[in-house]
Design a protein around this ligand. Structure first.
Ligand code: SAM
Length: 181
């Protein structure tokens, strides 16, 4: 079965609408909320942090990040214009959030633009995840870590992504990936 999140803009309008709803329903689920808060509580946001979320979808996590202590600004990028439009509507009233169309494998930002980069259930859906990770490291700059949320629809796709990312990790001593069973 093809990965719907890997080529979202190619889906028909009805399917895009349905999947946008799935992201918001998932995001509102109490257990998912708790997992998101637990994950973000472990991220050491520096004071006035500049944060990037790659593959933001409708912006569930982007909005959550925007409200966390220490966060200055947060940018959500995604390849899907439909999802970005939803994200902009849903984030109205949050003045430290912007959204931009961009491919995580070729980010339109200078090196060292961000303090924190988050991938929430995105890396496993990006064809060529090692390029997205390398881009995250570039826009972060020396000594900063990307934070991937390690969730995927299947163990196989997790393992495949983990293997590919190990190549990038091997050139960055601070990074390592392992499969959790
Ligand atoms: C499972 S959704 C997660 C959305 C959001 N992070 C959340 O947790 O609600 C994966 C997202 O990755 C995006 N995506 C897939 N390939 C991408 C790429 N190459 N660059 C940026 N985003 C991508 C999809 O369009 C989709 O919005």
């Amino acid at each position: 079965m093809p990965d719907v999140w890997a080529a979202f803009p190619d889906l028909d309008a009805a399917m895009q609408e349905r999947l946008a709803g799935v992201l918001e329903t998932r995001g509102a689920d109490p257990q998912q909320r708790k997992m998101r808060e637990t994950f973000l509580a472990d991220v050491p946001f520096p004071n006035d942090a500049r944060v990037l979320e790659v593959g933001c979808g409708t912006g569930v996590t982007t909005r959550t990040i925007a409200l966390r202590p220490n966060v200055g600004t947060v940018v959500g990028v995604d390849v899907a214009p439909f999802l970005l439009n939803k994200a902009r509507d849903l984030a109205q009233g949050l003045h430290n959030v912007t959204f931009r169309e961009a491919d995580g494998r070729s980010l339109p930002f200078e090196a060292e633009t961000f303090d924190v980069v988050v991938f929430d259930t995105t890396l496993t859906h990006v064809p060529g995840p090692e390029r997205a990770l390398a881009e995250a490291l570039r826009v972060l700059g020396t000594g900063k870590m990307p934070y991937p949320v390690p969730w995927a629809a299947s163990r196989t796709s997790c393992l495949r992504t983990g293997r590919r990312l190990s190549h990038v990790a091997s050139s960055h001593p601070a990074l390592s990936f392992r499969a959790l069973s």
